[in-house]
Design a binder for this molecule. Sequence first.
Ligand code: HEC
Length: 170
Amino acid sequence: MKLTYLLSCAGAVLALSGLAAVAVANDDAKPKAASPIYGVTIPDGYRQWELVAPAQEAEPLNELRAVLGNDVAMKAYRDATLPFPDGTILAKLAWKHIQSPEFESASIPGAATTVQIMVKDSKKYATTGGWGFGRFVDGIPADEAQHETCFACHQARVQGHDYVFTRYAP
Ligand code: HEC
């Protein structure tokens, strides 16, 4: 009797922990906010990606920026592969450009402003040079009007470099 009771208790505990695991898994599986037009989301782990190059914008935003690439992007940069292969993802991080409180002539990143993403999928995004675009502020996608501007500017300026401005900083 005692043994059966113990076993059923153990069974109940196992079943409960199983339920908890399912609940956590479901939470993780929550769909992430996707950009309008393209359906691009912020990729997992992008903050750990390698640096392609830094950038700075003086006017009107006064921002410091960094472009990061996933493994596919970094290999393409190192091998000088153009166009970038499918699976390439580039992330552009931007911060307010502020003066260091500790050293007058030094610039440091202030508040984060935007995270912008470009994803290469030559079939899915065939009409925009193979690139899908996403712009996020605090993780929330910008509106459709802003996403209508992305490809136009990249196309007008850097069509000859697979629509990508950033070169690999030596
Ligand atoms: C008016 C021009 C312009 C528009 C519009 C624009 N970009 Fe860019 N983008 C740039 C420039 C210039 C760079 C180079 C890095 C820098 O100077 O910030 C860049 C760089 C990028 C990069 C890094 C890869 C690269 O090409 O260097 C991503 C990702 C990106 N933009 C995404 C977007 C998204 C998403 C949108 C639309 C919401 C967008 N861009 C709209 C000019 C533009």
